[in-house]
Ligand binder design. Structure first.
Ligand code: SF4
Length: 694
């Protein structure tokens, strides 16, 4: 599939894998991609790429693609191929019937961070204006929803503060719960460049990620924190900074709310937050914590980069607030080389959140209960909006099991494989009267579906993605939609069939509507994107060409807010029955549930998920390299091959989640973040034992 011929046409587009958002020139011969060449002018990647973006595009024309809509009356019947008209009419009739029988709130939708901003915007509009409720949630619920809550609460905006290029000015890089070399490779290269130039490095992670010790890079501090104790270690860092008088008092006095800071100061000085006291939970040598705190506070420009190892916890939102507190405490915000930077997993996590696909927020993070905001959308859409927040994804599934939620439109998200506690999800999906799956493949979720609407890959549609640095970039159509309709056209057809008129003729018109209704997007248009290449929001009259660094002179909320970050141990603790803690992550060559990377022609992608286990634990449980290991938790059990590794600490085991067969989420529980319900994927108490080959 690589260099398969002389290209006949090409277009600049954006990688549909991770939140770095690399720009590529897609070159095609007919409808076959012959080359993906990283774009030198791409602001996020400057001509660089990783193996996924450059080579893993064969899935777009894989034989597993479904090109015709299908319906069935019940999930024990075979699929029936139908026309688009029949599929849309079938779906609309089912949803209308459910609402007539079970009420307006009995249906909803899940949007995808894989889809474009325009597609996500349309689905939330369909739910609000067509279904008449706010039961719309994004798959970001299960990854970065705590980032939204934590950063909005403390700084005033649900987004990272910097541009990727800012890392070149960092003197200290603090990475927490992220593995950039595997999950965000192109940004990791920028980071490595800076580290090789001499920037210092602190890594907080239960596992020794590659950056801890790799060619010409060695972390100054690696704090191998016990899973589930992030808040305790962040508090210990803040305690040390305050105890040793290393805070930036001028910044705090000038930029932060005084009463909240005074209250937080009294809280953080309590003795249980000392590195020595918190070591009981974190398992980290207090001297390492003190050293890291001194380096972060006094090393010059200090920048924090974090990932799902921070958010996917029962205290994910508290951890994000604690990270923001650290940055405010030391004045590391509002200029190049510093900041708080969530590394988003999927290509459009930021965008799917920006577009209002939350049950409580309209586009631009404005609460649905706000009458003025509602009125703006009501006058534009010509409908009355429900002022009450709708259901989050876990609430939809719980309500489905209880028989109260009956119809779900699931766009581009394989919830059966990617959401925690698989058995519970399957029970919920089985209980639905109408499950509509819109995807490019018949995924695991489609096994429970009544309608399958074939989706379009990123090569088959126009739109935009927004990366982890708030950068909006164009996605350009380079081949016809295999199924004849782009995803936004399908949503529009469904909306019209549901009595919610939509008449867009191109996604640029959807973006124009987003800009008209969303102050942070007011200056965004396809013309501007074509002219500038990309733009970082906010983009409006105050910042006509976009905003690389946020919170420069003041925070979006005015004064920064120090939230109280009480450490509450997770319920998911090691015990006699489940003595080890399982945590999860990614490998470079695979992507999420592997739907795309497992469907590329290159066999090097097809590495299996393995269970990393420390040699001491392996010996204790009689496990050798490559043995099959049964892993059980209170949610379920699965089997993986063992990989003996000192990357994990004793008491902790680790795996990836890229294959449906191994199904890591069979064992993850339905514990979730207290503020956002983001699942606690990163901590599962498990029992392991050697088993026969399955
Ligand atoms: Fe695509 Fe991310 Fe790789 Fe860039 S770093 S090419 S966005 S997968």
């Amino acid at each position: 599939i690589i260099d398969a011929g002389v290209p006949e046409h090409s277009a600049i587009t954006t990688c549909a894998y991770c939140g770095v958002g690399c720009s590529f020139k897609a070159e095609l011969r007919g409808n076959t991609v012959v080359r993906m060449t990283p774009n030198k002018d791409g602001h996020a990647n400057e001509g660089h790429s990783c193996v996924k973006g450059r080579f893993a595009f064969g899935y777009a024309t894989h034989k597993d693609r479904i090109s015709e809509p299908m319906v069935r009356d019940s999930i024990d019947q075979p699929w029936r191929t139908v026309s688009w008209e029949e599929a849309i009419a079938f779906t609309a009739a089912r949803f209308r019937g459910i609402q007539e029988q079970h009420g307006r709130n009995s249906v909803g939708a899940i949007t995808s961070s894989r889809c474009t901003n325009e597609e996500v915007y349309l689905v939330q509009k369909l739910v609000r204006a067509g279904f008449g409720n706010n039961n719309v949630d994004t798959c970001a619920r299960v990854c970065h929803s705590p980032t939204g809550y934590g950063l909005k609460t403390t700084l005033g905006e649900s987004a990272g503060t910097q541009t990727f290029a800012s890392v070149a000015k960092a003197d200290v890089v603090l990475i927490m719960g992220a593995n950039p070399t595997d999950a965000h490779p192109v940004f990791a290269s920028r980071m490595k460049r800076r580290l090789r130039e001499g920037a210092r490095l602190i890594v907080i992670d239960p596992r020794q990620i590659e950056l801890v010790d790799t060619a010409h890079i060695r972390a100054d501090y690696h704090l191998p924190v016990n899973p589930g104790t992030n808040v305790a270690i962040l508090n210990a860092l803040a305690y040390t900074i305050v105890e040793e008088g290393l805070q930036d008092s001028d910044f705090i006095a000038d930029r932060c709310e005084e009463p909240a800071f005074a209250e937080w100061l009294a809280f953080i000085q309590e003795p249980q937050h000392s590195p020595e006291a918190s070591a009981e939970f974190t398992g980290v040598d207090p001297e390492l914590v003190r050293g890291a705190a001194r380096l972060y506070a006094t090393g010059g420009n200090s920048a924090i980069y974090y990932g799902l190892g921070v958010t996917e916890h029962s205290q994910g939102s508290t951890s994000v607030m604690a990270i923001a507190n650290l940055a405010m405490l030391t004045g590391n915000l509002g200029r190049e080389g510093v900041g708080v930077n969530p590394l988003r997993g999927q290509n459009n996590v930021q965008g799917s959140c920006d577009m209002g696909s939350f049950p409580h927020e309209l586009p631009g993070y404005r609460h649905i209960s706000d009458a003025a905001t509602r009125s703006l959308f009501e006058s534009h859409w010509g409908v009355s909006l429900d002022p009450d927040p709708g259901m989050r994804i876990p609430n939809m599934f719980n309500a489905a099991v209880a028989g109260e939620f009956r119809g779900l439109y699931c766009q581009g998200e394989d919830v059966a494989q990617s959401d925690p506690n698989t058995h519970h999800i399957e029970a919920a999906l089985s209980a639905l009267d109408c499950l509509v799956v819109q995807d490019i493949f018949l995924n695991e979720t489609a096994k429970f579906a009544h309608v399958f609407l074939p989706g379009s890959s990123f090569l088959e549609k126009n739109g935009t993605f927004t990366n982890a640095e708030r950068r909006i970039s164009r996605v350009r159509k380079v081949m016809p939609a295999q199924a004849g309709m782009e995803d936004w056209e399908v949503t529009q057809a469904l909306a019209n069939a549901m009595g919610c008129p939509m008449t867009y003729s191109h996604p640029s018109e959807i973006m124009d509507e987003i800009a008209a209704l969303t102050p942070t997007f007011a200056g965004v248009s396809y013309e501007r994107l074509d002219e500038q290449g990309s733009v970082q929001w906010p983009c409006n009259t105050e910042s006509p060409t976009g905003t690389p660094i946020m919170h420069v002179d003041s925070f979006v909320r005015g004064k920064g807010y120090f939230g109280i970050t009480e450490f509450v141990p997770t319920e998911e603790r090691a015990n006699r029955r489940f003595p080890l803690l399982l945590t999860t992550g990614r490998i470079l060559s695979q992507y999420n549930v592997g739907a795309q990377t497992r469907r590329t022609a290159n066999t090097v992608w097809h590495e299996e998920d393995v269970l990393e286990i420390h040699p001491h634990d392996a010996e204790q449980y009689g496990i050798s390299e490559q043995d099959w290991v049964g892993i059980s938790s209170r949610a379920g059990d699965t089997v993986l091959r063992a990989a003996i590794s000192e990357r994990v600490k004793p008491g902790v085991v680790y795996t990836t989640f890229h294959h449906p067969v191994s199904g890591a989420n069979v064992v993850t529980t339905d514990n979730s973040d207290w503020a956002t319900n983001c699942p606690e994927y990163k901590v599962t108490a498990v029992h392991v034992e050697k088993v026969a080959e399955p």
